[in-house]
Each structure stands twice: as structure tokens, then as C-alpha cells.
Design a binder for this molecule. Sequence first.
Ligand SMILES: Cc1ncc(COP(=O)(O)O)c(C=O)c1O
Length: 372
Amino acid sequence: MSYQLNEKVLSLQPYQGGKPLEELARELGITDAIKLASNENPRGSGEGVQNALRDFGTEFSRYPDGNGFALKQALASTYQINADMLTLGNGSNDVLDLIARVALSPDTNAIMSEFAFVVYPLVTISAGAETVVIPAREYGADLSSMLAAINAQTRLIFLANPNNPTGTWVEKDALETFLSAVPERVIVVLDEAYIEYVTKDNYPDGLTLLSRFPNLVVVRTFSKVYGLAAMRVGYAISSPELADYMNRVRQPFNSNSIGMACAIAALGDEAYMRESVELNTRGLIQLESGLEQLGVTYIPSAANFITIEPGESAAEVYDQLLRLGVIVRPLANYGLHQHLRVTVGLERENERFLHALGQLGNQSFPGQKAPS
Ligand SMILES: Cc1ncc(COP(=O)(O)O)c(C=O)c1O
């Protein structure tokens, strides 16, 4: 080839999403499969969203409000914050990219944990910067080693709480101690994509920490508990100053009109949200006890998914589950070759997954023990 490229891009792999149901139907002719692969809300969208869609009508010829005034007002009043602290994105992945582009340049680095969400290295490398990946401790972030890795080139630290794909979490005291020790010149991105699901004690809410830590950026999304993954709406909450910079680099219409209208409706539909969290809490317990009965090890999770360890046969277990019409998520791209991630589904979907896993028999995961 004669053209020249950003060399860093050559090392990137395209993001691999969960296998779509349509693809499984095309490939294996299975039309009644269930998808537990992308941490989506299994209930579909709530009544509030359906009403908002109906009210939106069919007026598609106008550009969206590029400043997202109405959604920002709704978020500001929900969280009791100023609207100038908000940056909207085409999903929170877009917001992560905005932060990377604001903070990073060649010869700088971003620190992240091993097994952290795969988009962190993607946006870091795309911005021409280096990733500093700190080995995980019990699958979760080793905060003291992350602190120790900060150097003069460090501009960003990415921390997902809870983390995808491991479901691990950082408790309130540990997070506060960590934030107090990070120099103010380093921005901490606290990715709370799954926070609404968390029912653990001593769990931190990043929003309450923003006034103490001006270098903190909290990232959230409508893709998970709000049931709007297809609509692509995410946001960051930060100091007005950082929000201003992020808003300078974003594409003018990065949040679309229909998505924002649905997001406002979802934010106001407290019943849907509460029921979704309750369903998830029950589903996690259902999966944990089913896995324990099957003798399959899992990583305790605070989110709407659970990572299991079938062992060396993980790839085979994934394939066999596909043939039984159950799509889960392989994690080899995270270096977790012996694990699979399973999203908490509806009760009957969890049951179908556990039943399918049971059908594969002991030879698929010999000698595995559930944690006590
Ligand atoms: C930790 C984490 N952050 C961010 C995202 C991005 O979600 P979205 O772009 O749909 O808001 C995901 C999606 O899986 C995630 O797991």
C-alpha cells in the first residue's frame, strides 16, 4: 500500500459485540435462541419509552438539538446538578472517546486495570497515547498498583465500577482513598455504566464525589438498566470546565433526537427501573445458586451479568451453548480464555441457560468448584 497510516491503529482489533440473534438464525437456523451476551435489559423498553416513541411521531427531517437541552435539564433535575456539568454522547462509548481525545496525545498514557472494559485501550490508542495496564487482583482493579504506576506522562485513569466483564467492584472507602491520592492533574474516569443495578453495601456513588475531586469524570449510560441500548445515549458528569472541553471535541449531533426523547422518558419511569433492578437481583441469585449446583465456578458480580469459569473447555462450552440456542459472551479478547460472561436474563432465560449448561455435563467443566 502507498498510503501512510497512524501506526497505532494497526495494533487495534475491531470491537467484538455479542453475537446477534439474527446471525445465529442465519448460521445455525436456530430461531428461538436467547441472547445473554451484551448486558442488555431483558425486559425490552418500558411503557414510558413506548409512549415517548409514539409521541415523537415521524418527523425525521430536522437535526437534533445539538446541545441536548431537554435531556440535560432532565438529568440535571434528577441528579440535582448543574446542566453545564453534562456531556452527552452517542452511547457512553462515545463519551469515553471524547475524554480520551480531550486529555491524551502522543507521549502521554492512560492507566487501566487488566480485564477492564475493552473500550479503554481502544480510545487511548486511537488518541495516539500509550496504555498502562495494571495486573488485576482477584479479577478486580488493584488500586494501589494503579496509583504507583502514575508518572509524569499519565493523563487519565480509567476505572469501571462495577467492571465489565468481571463484575468486580470497588467499595466506597477504597475509592475515596484512591481518589485522594491521585494527583489533581490526572483525570479519573469513573465508568458507572451498571451502577443502577448495584445493591451491595458500602458502594460508592461517583456523583457525590464530584465536588471533592475536580479531576473526576463520572460516565453513565441509558443502554443498561434503562433498556435503551439501541438508542445510543450516554453521558458524562464532570466539572463544568472539563465538560466544556469535551463538548468542544464532540461531533455536533452525537446524540439523536429519538434517543434523547426516549432517555427523558426512561429517566422518569421509576417503576420500570425499580422492577428491572429487582428482576436482576433475583436473577443473579438464581444464576449463582444454579451454577453452584452444577459445580461451575463464577466471579461474584455486582452488575447484571456474571462471569463463569468453565475452564479450558470455555470455547467449546460457548459453541455448544450456541447450538442449544443460548448466546453468551466469550472473553478470549480480554485474555480470559477459560471464562464466559452471561447476562442476567428473564427468569425463564436464566433457567434455560442453566439447563443448557447442565446438559453439557461434567466433562465440560471437570473439577470446578463454586466459591464458598
Ligand atoms: C463498563 C462499560 N462502559 C461503557 C459501556 C458502553 O455502553 P454504551 O456505549 O452502550 O453506553 C459498556 C457497554 O457494555 C460497559 O460495559
